[in-house]
Design a binder for this molecule. Structure first.
Ligand SMILES: Cc1cc2nc3c(=O)[nH]c(=O)nc-3n(C[C@H](O)[C@H](O)[C@H](O)COP(=O)(O)O)c2cc1C
Length: 185
């Protein structure tokens, strides 16, 4: 199965890294990674990972400026796309069909083809414009999965909190994840 992973310049690049690792661990998913310029900046600001470390986790890597890449066309069939973290700028681009880079174009392809699109929008506080963009996309069937920590599973560290979010993303793709604790009642 082929999954497109878009990474944008909202805080939380580490979520994308954990997602790529989890998808690689499935052994069945092929990942198509696109990182925006600001995702690369936040990677450097927030983590000790080098760009190459992240790109090595993916099966295919595309330049965000390359609108001729495979994922730009609906004729390249994938199971869906995750944008994590998703900046308010990219959220707006997707919500308004402003497909001027490969991340927003690939997301637009998911919408027009009726494929799975999962966004992890990240901003705080959220303005009415942000909320309207999310609602507009949600009404189109886009899954909004913001990185929101849960405490009912008694996270012991940051890793636990990150993994909980990865579980939420994988749930939307119908993939199991053993690194997080589910609520058992
Ligand atoms: C360290 C850092 C953290 C940021 N965090 C956020 C954020 O949480 N949410 C957001 O919408 N933008 C955030 N931004 C601003 C985006 O990077 C900026 O709007 C950029 O234009 C997004 O472009 P992109 O969607 O193409 O990556 C952050 C920028 C930096 C440098």
């Amino acid at each position: 199965m082929d999954i497109v992973v878009g990474v944008t310049g909202a805080t939380g690049t580490i979520y994308a890294i954990h997602l790529l690792k989890a998808l690689k661990d499935t052994g069945t998913v092929k990942t198509h990674l696109i990182m925006s310029d600001w995702a690369k900046e936040t990677l450097a600001i927030e983590t000790d990972y080098r760009l190459k470390d992240v790109e090595d986790l993916a099966d295919f890597v595309y330049d965000n400026k390359n609108l001729g890449a495979k994922t730009s066309s609906g004729s390249f069939v994938t199971e869906g796309m995750v944008v994590v973290p998703c900046s308010m700028k990219t959220l707006s681009a997707i919500a308004n069909g402003y497909d001027d880079n490969l991340i927003s174009r690939s997301a637009g392809v998911m919408l027009k083809e009726g494929r799975r699109l999962i966004l992890s929008p990240r901003e705080s506080p959220l303005s009415a414009i942000h909320l309207e963009n999310m609602l507009k996309l949600s009404r189109q069937g886009v899954r909004m999965v913001p990185p929101m920590p849960a405490f009912y599973n008694h996270p012991q560290n940051l890793e636990d909190m990150i993994n909980h979010h990865i579980m939420k993303l994988l749930d939307q793709l119908g993939l199991e994840y053993s690194q997080a604790r589910r609520w058992q009642g």
